[in-house]
Design a protein around this ligand. Structure first.
Ligand SMILES: C[S@@+](CC[C@H](N)C(=O)[O-])C[C@H]1O[C@@H](n2cnc3c(N)ncnc32)[C@H](O)[C@@H]1O
Length: 270
């Protein structure tokens, strides 16, 4: 089995196509050595699809199915797919807890930045395991916010991360954002689990603007903000101010953002 050098890969290989929030290649580098042309891959919580489209290149002519619970974000993903003229990707509205697929439908599964959105990440991973073929591979990757680097300082970014962290804790996860990725895969029944870490960074106007817009969208639509509002951790006035600050930061000519990510890979035993 290859052990990818994710740190090295995350620094190299950036292309103009990565002018989207997320620097997709860096985020998938840990998984790419394990993907093969012709595989069928499921991307859970695919969001705007930047990563999904990157994965599609790796498994072409195989198909990637990107699912997300938010049909609005899937409309953005579909637009991105059409713009890139990527043909081996299908987006579908679905809940990761109840995937509309038979057992043993996929060779590989991926979930990036999904875990913090879930109240029961373990149940979601078990459901992903169900739809994998024996011998199939899973990759998960989430930020670990202890390693957040932002310039110029932006309170709204810190606040957005604080809210996310509080909701994750509220959901009962106490072991950090993602440094326990290897452990949770093993707990979900995967074998030969491997843990990795790397940095993602946004340092062009297009990237910082897109990131700011994504965070703004989350304040408006993501369920975890509803939890934060219900709990009184934020109110509508604070969210409006955050959106203003995020927009200004995203447009700042010096804006730079970097954060650490932890990932893990595991297999469904054949
Ligand atoms: C932070 S985005 C990640 C997008 C993409 N995977 C990436 O790494 O850039 C998390 C996505 O998970 C989706 N999501 C949240 N709960 C979900 C669920 N129960 N089932 C499927 N998707 C869900 C959200 O709608 C959101 O688009």
């Amino acid at each position: 089995m290859t052990t990818p050098n994710a740190r090295q890969r995350s620094v190299g290989g950036r292309t103009p196509a990565q002018q989207n929030a997320g620097a997709a290649s860096a985020q998938t580098a840990f998984l790419l050595p394990h993907l093969k042309p012709g595989m069928r891959l499921l991307d859970c919580g695919c969001g705007p699809g930047n990563v999904t489209l990157e994965l599609a290149k790796a498994i072409a002519p195989g198909q990637v199915v990107g699912i997300d619970i938010d049909p609005g974000i899937l409309a953005v993903a579909e637009k991105n797919r059409a713009q890139g003229n990527v043909r081996n990707v299908k987006f579908q509205t679905a809940d990761v807890y109840a995937l509309p697929f038979e057992e043993s439908s996929f060779n590989a599964a991926y979930a990036g930045a999904l875990r913090g959105h879930l109240s029961e990440p373990l149940r979601a991973l078990r459901e992903m395991r169900r739809v994998l073929k024996p011998g199939g591979l899973i990759g998960i990757r989430d930020a670990d916010f202890a390693g957040l680097l932002v310039w110029p300082p932006c309170e709204a970014i810190q606040k957005a991360h604080d809210v996310y962290w509080k909701v994750v804790q509220h959901y009962g996860r106490t072991s950090g954002f993602s440094r326990d990725a290897r452990a949770i895969l093993r707990e979900a029944g995967f074998a030969r689990c491997v843990g990795l870490a790397f940095y993602e960074y946004l340092g062009t106007p297009e990237e910082t603007r897109a990131y700011a817009e994504l965070e703004i969208r989350f304040t408006e639509q993501q369920p975890y903000y509803r939890v934060a509002l219900e709990q009184g951790w934020v109110d509508q006035a604070a969210l409006a101010q955050m959106r203003e600050e995020l927009r200004a930061w995203g447009e700042h000519p010096d804006a730079f953002f970097a954060r650490s990510l932890c990932a893990a890979i595991g297999w469904k035993e054949a």
